[in-house]
Design a protein around this ligand. Structure first.
Ligand code: PLP
Length: 446
């Protein structure tokens, strides 16, 4: 077991550098690299690289490890399962963990109505299937998505995504019938208003305009939104805005899809971020921390919508694989037994307080600190007047932190946001140590 942060070599160390050299000759150059370290093992919130350096992880494999790296409950469940049954394809012959997981998610996802679930392999695939289900149910073609959205890299998901480089550039044409509107963003109000006192939803008018100028609301199958834009820069969508979307969907018979791939499983202090608003989604997509490190994703929603697709219309070879299902059940058990939701709120408060202190010290370039629960971020700018995004300084913070043994991830349209997706099992000492390193890294780029 790893005990503490420990830096033994230069970062990246010689073994990581040698592997990177090998990688260049074997792995497509199309894959990006957030951090240049190669990992040997990881437990809880600690990650050890091949050179024997141990890092505190504030990225959790991009929000996959809310229940912690190699969570012992997950590991035991997978070990037990791997010796009995690894695969049949749920279409060919069925097994109980899939059913049990569907029952659990149907109960957990908000909405006092009957629900059904379906499992696949990745967040993008969940999004693809949610759109298929919404189109089949409504018999309509159009989908509304938002600026700053990220929904994945497959063709429909990429079409819904709102960041050109690196996600979309040179891959078109995209799926048709996707309509995009500005999303609430208090720090950079798309309606050009001063939202320093909080978002007032001035951009809601863009939806009215959309229905007048671009698409008939009665030909819209779905509206898809992340309750907190994740890759877009950890931008929470105000509750009133989500409630307005619910009203619009009810008025025109549109399916409301809430994408909780990144916000799900306790990240925001509730099991699902949408619970903060009281809005009940028609469909909700899950992935990432559902599997505790094993690949699984899902669509859960209203029974009549999920059953509205013809038999055989949904399916995948590996989706809801037995190993991934038992891992997901173990993650849910951990949430119940270790009260990770309360922990998310504590982690969020401490991170927010620490980041606000960094902002107080460096008001010129720590432009905004925001978040929900343990999904906290700060946005870096060249100066507080122009608010011009500062990608270089952001990269400098990530690099300085890594040298001291803290793994950080960025986000945002301009890669100028430091986000935290800290495993919720992190200890107080590790969290405080990580935040202290972050503060030093921010000082170092002043
Ligand atoms: N939706 C959201 C909100 C995401 O954050 C992501 C990934 O970051 C996806 C979908 C795509 O998930 P995956 O990378 O598993 O395909």
């Amino acid at each position: 077991m790893l005990k503490e942060r420990k830096i033994r070599t230069e970062i990246p160390g010689p073994k990581s550098r040698a592997l990177m050299e090998r990688r260049r000759k074997a792995v497509s150059a199309g894959l990006g690299t957030a951090l240049p370290i190669w990992v040997r093992e990881a437990h809880g919130a600690l990650v050890e690289d091949v050179d024997g350096n141990t890092f505190i992880d504030f990225g959790g494999g991009i929000g996959v490890l809310n229940a912690g790296h190699t969570n012992p409950v997950v590991v035991e469940a997978v070990k037990e399962q791997v010796e009995r049954l690894t695969h049949t394809c749920y279409y060919v012959s069925q097994y109980e963990p899939y059913l049990e997981l569907a029952e659990k998610l149907n109960a957990l996802v908000p909405g006092d109505f009957e629900k059904r679930s379906f499992f696949c392999n990745s967040g993008a695939e969940a999004v693809e299937n949610a759109i298929k289900v919404a189109r089949a149910y409504t018999g309509r073609p159009a989908v509304i998505a938002f600026e700053n959205a990220f929904h994945g890299r497959t063709f429909m998901a990429m079409s819904l995504t709102s960041k050109v480089s690196p996600y979309k550039k040179s891959f078109g044409p995209y799926a048709p019938e996707v309509y995009r509107v500005p999303a609430p963003y208090a720090y950079r109000c798309p309606a050009g208003k001063d939202c320093s006192g909080g978002c007032r939803g001035d951009c809601l008018g863009a939806l009215d305009k959309l229905f007048v100028s671009y698409v008939d609301p009665r030909s819209v199958a779905a509206i898809i939104i992340e309750p907190v834009a994740g890759e877009g820069g950890f931008i929470p969508v105000p509750d009133f805005y989500l409630r307005r979307l619910r009203e619009i969907c009810d008025e025109y018979g549109i399916v409301l899809i809430i994408d909780e791939v990144q916000t799900g499983f306790g990240r925001t202090g509730k099991m699902f971020a949408i619970e903060h608003s009281g809005v009940e989604p028609d469909l909700l997509t899950t992935a990432k921390s559902l599997g505790g490190g094993l690949p699984i994703a899902g669509v859960t929603g209203r029974a009549e919508i999920m059953d509205g697709i013809h038999t055989g219309g949904l399916g995948t070879t590996y989706g809801g694989n037995p190993l991934a299902c038992v891992a997901a059940l173990a993650v849910l058990k951990t949430f119940e037994e270790e009260d990770l939701l309360s922990r998310a709120n504590v982690i969020g408060e401490r991170t927010m307080t620490a980041m606000r202190e960094m902002q107080r010290k460096h008001p010129d370039f720590v432009g905004d600190v925001r978040g929900l629960g343990a999904m906290v971020a700060m946005e870096l700018v060249k100066d507080s007047e122009s608010r011009e995004p500062d990608r270089e300084r952001t990269a400098g913070i990530v690099e300085a932190a890594l040298q001291e043994g803290l793994m950080l991830l960025t986000a945002g349209q301009y890669d100028n946001v430091i986000r935290t997706l800290t495993p919720l099992v992190i200890t107080d000492e590790q969290l405080d140590e990580g935040l202290t390193i972050l503060a030093r890294a921010v000082d170092s780029v002043a």
